[in-house]
Structures are given as C-alpha cells and as structure tokens.
Design a binder for this molecule. Structure first.
Ligand code: ADP
Length: 398
C-alpha cells in the first residue's frame, strides 16, 4: 500500500481533537495534531502542533457553539498547509445496539446512530454533527466510524444484560461500556506479551475500568451510558436507582414538562455530580489535590470516594478474572496523578499489589510496582488515534 494521509476526528463533550497521520505498509507517522477545547465557553483553546511539537496555531478563541469550534478545525484543515485526507476516522462512543462494528459512514448510518443519542447523551450530538459536516466538507473522501463500544462487544450476555423488563432490553438498553478505543490501544501496546489477566483503569474526566482476559474485554464498569460505573469528574457513576427517583420527583415539582424534568435529571447526574458534586469545588483532579493540601474536607471526601470505588471495582474484577497479572493506569489522572495511583494501590495489598513509591513518582509511561509485587502495575498513555488509523486502513483495504 502506498502512503495515505488519514485524518482522525475525536470529539469529546466539550472538545474536538484531531490528528493527521501518514499511513502505509504498517508504518504510522503522525504529521500533525490539534484540538479545540472549551466548547460552550468564551475563552476556549485552539492549537495545532507539527510532528516536532512546534505550535503552528495557539489561540484562545470564544467557542460559543460546536459549529464555531468545528469551523476553526475545518478552515485550518482546508488552508492548504495540511495534506488532503485519503480517509477520515471518527471516534464514536456508542452507535447503539444495531451499530456494533466499525464501518464506512453513510448519511443513513449517522441517522441510525443518532437515534440512540440517549445512550451517550453528552457525546453523540457533537460526534454526529462532525460526521455530517465532514461528509459535506470532504466530498468523495471515505469516512469511517470507530466505536468505543467495539472493544466491549466480547462481553458475555450475563455482563451486558440489564436486570430490567424485557420490553426495554428490546429497545437496546444493555451495557455497552465506553473508553473502548483507549483499552484497545493499551492491549495493542502490550502486544505481543498481553497478560492473560489484565485490568486497565482509564482515569480521566470520565473514568472507567475494564477486566480483560487474553486481550478481550470480559467486563467493564460503565453501563448503558458513560454516566455509570465509577464516580468521575461530573458523573455519579453507579448509584441506587432510588436516588435518581428521589431527585426526579423533586425536579418534577417545578419542571415544565416530563422532558424538561428528564433533561434536568440528566444535568444533575452527568454534569453536576461526581467529584464536582461532592467537592462543590471542581471536577479537575489538580484543583482537588491543591484543595486537599489546604485542608479542604469536601475535596478530601470526593477523592476518597473516587479511590474507594476504583478499589471496589478492581477487587470484583480480580474475582471475575480469577486473579490478576497486570494492572495498567491510563487517562489524564492515571498517567499524571502520582498520589491517586499510590492511594488506589495502597488499598489493594490483599490482591498482591505492591506499589514502589520511587518508581511511582513519575508522569507518563513506567512500571510502578515493587520488584516483589505479585501483580505488575504499569502506567501506559493511551494511543487512541493510532487505533482509529489502524481500523481506517483495515476498512479501506476491505
Ligand atoms: P478527558 O476524559 O477529558 O480526556 P483526561 O484524560 O485529559 O480527560 O484527564 C483529565 C483529568 O486528568 C483531570 O481531572 C485532570 O486534573 C487530570 N490531570 C491531568 N494532569 C494532571 C496532573 N499533573 N496531576 C493530577 N491530575 C492531572
């Protein structure tokens, strides 16, 4: 295969990240990367770097809407400074129960995935907007969807099935998991020595954990939506359904309609809860760590809850896997927050996990377990864009 420029578009709830790779004959070279971040604010960030890390764009524009944000990206990509992409890969959290495979994007496929917006309500609207814009702005260029839920497709039915009346299950309600492209990238980076029993903790603004046996997903903490599982920046994680009903009834006393009440409940569970809700300060781990140093008890409680739920999930995955060979930390907190890793590992001695404080005192890739730890503990940054490029190249070949 000759070398092809591949564009990767990876949208989050308030950011659009992108990168351009040169892909050919197994080689993958990143030429550029960039992001617009802070969508919905007056002071966003827009930057583009070349392969040497030199900043080509570094701006702080107002980003009132996703349309304004994506226009910055598409104008830059059409400026003549970047190669015209031969193919485009889009990250998508969840395409619903009928779209489980990575595949070429058509307008009909976008409509189908959009009909399951409720399964990733913070992520799907921006992702489908960018897909439609990308088909319009890059006519003739094949666009492919790469799903986070793709990695979780190997989970057995006992894991994916929800204990609800079957009429809702037939509407597609089940566990899909999220962060699948990150997990796939960790397994990819561990090859050819992927341990049999592996737990990966993806700890970012959104946080989840997966149990992986022989490179295949066995279980994951997130459920139908990325709101489930462990507590994260602004999301509840798993919670007694009675709590949501209690809040819903309170909201319903003043809501304008049933839809309004549901929307308000979603904001509470997905945007106002988690680390932010408990600390009443911030969803950002760096702010919480600073506040803890100053004696802020609510920040301490928020982080303690974060650590506690992660330990519980790791404990249950240990049982499910029948032991553990390796624990990997990834995501912004997993890669950078030395104290969170130390606190999580400190409670996992019963599983044979022993952290080495000197080895743990790093940011980025490292082995941080002690020499006599029964479980290897590593930090591995995710390489999601590379996985998307690999899928695009494979699907182009098909
Ligand atoms: P997203 O889910 O939005 O991709 P990231 O993976 O970038 O999020 O992770 C963001 C989280 O990582 C934030 O809570 C942030 O505070 C945390 N983080 C980033 N750098 C550090 C650091 N040096 N120390 C502690 N936490 C950090």
């Amino acid at each position: 295969m000759s070398s092809l420029p591949v564009l990767v578009l990876n949208s989050g709830s308030s950011s659009i990240k992108f990168s351009v790779y040169e892909a050919g004959d197994g080689a993958r070279t990143r030429l550029f990367e960039g992001a617009v971040d802070g969508i919905g604010t007056d002071l966003g960030k827009f930057w583009i770097k070349d392969a040497s890390g030199k900043k080509l764009v570094d701006e702080t524009p107002a980003l009132p809407t996703r349309a304004v944000a994506f226009k910055l990206v598409s104008d830059a990509l059409h400026s003549g400074h970047f190669p015209v992409p031969a193919a485009i890969g889009h990250r998508m959290v969840c395409g619903g129960p009928t779209v489980l495979e990575n595949q070429i994007i058509t307008p009909a496929l976008i409509d189908e995935m959009e009909s399951y917006t409720a399964f990733a309500p913070l992520h799907t609207p921006i992702a489908v907007y960018i897909m439609r814009e990308s088909l319009r702005l890059f006519p003739g260029v094949p666009n492919f969807v790469c799903l986070d839920s793709y990695f979780h497709r190997t989970m057995p039915e006992v894991v994916t099935h929800m204990p609800i009346p079957s009429e809702y299950a037939t509407m597609g309600v089940r566990r899909f998991g999220a962060h699948g492209i990150s997990y796939e990238s960790i397994v990819h980076q561990l090859q050819p020595n992927v341990p049999e029993k592996l737990i990966v903790a993806h700890l970012g603004n959104g946080a989840s954990i997966s149990a992986i046996r022989n490179g295949k997903c066995l279980d994951t903490s997130m459920g139908l939506t990325p709101t489930g599982g462990i507590i994260s920046g602004t999301r509840t994680g798993d919670i007694d359904p009675g709590v949501l009903l209690f809040i819903l009834r309170k909201i319903a006393e003043t809501a304008e309609s049933a839809t309004d009440a549901a929307d308000q409940l979603e904001v509470v569970a997905s945007k106002k809860a988690g680390l932010l809700g408990v600390s009443e300060l911030s969803n950002d781990m760096r702010d919480l760590r600073d506040a803890i140093k100053e004696g802020n008890a609510k920040a301490r409680l928020a982080v303690d809850k974060f650590v506690w739920t992660i330990q519980k999930w790791i404990g249950s995955f240990f049982v499910e896997l029948g032991g553990l060979d390796m624990l990997v930390f990834t995501g912004g907190i997993g890669e950078n927050d030395i104290v969170s890793r130390a606190e999580i590992c400190a409670g996992l001695g019963a599983l044979g996990i022993k952290n080495d404080s000197a080895r743990n005192n790093v940011r980025g890739e490292a082995t941080i377990s002690a020499g006599d730890s029964a479980v290897t503990v590593r930090v591995i940054p995710p390489a999601e864009d590379l996985i998307i490029v690999n899928h695009v190249v494979r699907l182009l070949g098909n």
